[in-house]
Design a protein around this ligand. Structure first.
Ligand code: NAP
Length: 302
């Protein structure tokens, strides 16, 4: 097969040797010309998507596909696969655990106290005293839940369709999930339904003194509403990895907010060593004439 690799962000030198070693019979190209059977893309070069109408598969190199879906040139007749990368899921789980424990152990408050050399202990809680609410019980939400549970946290999860996940209280009722949660972790795809979902009304439903961890997309959070809810004291802290405008502009009030911890969209990066194995499996499925897993549902938007 002829496989195109097109990205303005991911370096082909990092990916192509790994892909070629798993798919030695296939021909790889970075130029979108001639017949293309499979296109591996992440922020592809302009004009690329419009030429892929005869491809058998478009494989995203990223888990979030909202930018591809928003491109009018994306051919809707070609299956589009999200990348579900175990290395990235592991990294995301670590980030969620780190921030959840930061809130649970009040480490963010001790860091603040250190600035004024204050020696003051806060009350200790057991993990079982606290509930983590995960918005989006997909590949990433499920992986995070599986590691939070053995630590002793209660886990509730929100998804679009009803779900049964062992030891997780799953619900399609957002208000219920938020009202149960001390810490809310956003791991939703960005769609018309989820944009701005973390607005004032919903943020206030989280338990008093709680925390917000947004590792999905910046547009899930109504920034000014979040600042108001933090300033009111209803939420204690927010850990934000993603922003509507990235890089976060230097004059954005979030940078200096004492109740906000910022990371530069680094919660989980694609890990080529594990990702190529999943990509190769998808390409082998296409070769056998099968549909690979994790195809995007164009009508649902993820
Ligand atoms: P996924 O497997 O597609 O799971 C998405 C979950 O969200 C599913 O449980 C889905 O419900 C739920 N959902 C979608 N729309 C909903 C709605 N309207 N109401 C309620 N639940 C809804 O996605 P994933 O692989 O876990 O990735 C999630 C997102 O993480 C990606 O889209 C990307 O934006 C983000 N991400 C961020 C980083 C980072 O570094 N910050 C890295 C990777 C990914 P159903 O189960 O019913 O379908």
């Amino acid at each position: 097969m002829r496989i195109l690799f097109s990205s303005r962000i991911e370096a082909p030198e990092r990916w192509l040797p790994l892909l070629q070693s798993l798919l030695p019979r296939d021909e790889f190209t970075v130029e979108c010309s001639g017949e293309i059977d499979v296109a591996i893309v992440a922020s592809p070069r302009p004009g690329t998507l419009g030429k892929l109408g005869n491809a058998k598969l478009i494989q995203s190199l990223w888990m979030g596909v909202e930018a591809l879906l928003a491109d009018p040139d994306l051919p809707r007749n070609v299956p589009l696969a999200r990348l579900v990368d175990p290395g990235m899921a592991a990294a995301m789980t670590e980030t969620v655990l780190a921030h959840t424990l930061d809130w649970h152990r009040r480490l963010y408050r001790y860091r603040e106290q250190q600035k004024s050399r204050t020696w003051k202990r806060f009350r200790q809680y057991m993990a079982s005293d606290h509930t983590v609410g995960i918005l989006g019980m997909g590949a990433l939400g499920t992986a995070a839940a599986a590691r939070l549970l053995p630590l002793g946290f209660n886990v509730v999860g929100w998804s679009r369709r009803p779900k049964a996940i062992r030891d997780v209280k799953c619900s399609t009722d957002l208000s219920w999930v938020l009202s149960e949660s001390h810490v809310v972790v956003c791991l939703l795809p960005l769609t018309a339904q989820t944009k701005g979902i973390l607005n004032a009304g919903n943020l206030k439903k989280i338990r008093e003194g709680g925390g917000l961890i947004n590792c999905a997309r910046g547009a899930h959070v109504a920034r000014d509403d979040l600042i108001a809810v933090l300033d009111s004291g209803h939420l204690a802290h927010a850990w934000l990895d993603v922003f509507e405008k990235e890089p976060l502009p230097a004059d954005d009030p979030l940078w200096a907010h004492p109740k906000v911890s910022i990371t530069p969209h680094a919660a989980a990066l694609t890990e080529p060593r594990t990702a190529v194995i999943e990509i190769a499996k998808n390409i082998e499925a296409v070769r056998r004439g099968e549909r690979p897993p994790h195809l995007v549902d164009f009508s649902a938007g993820y």
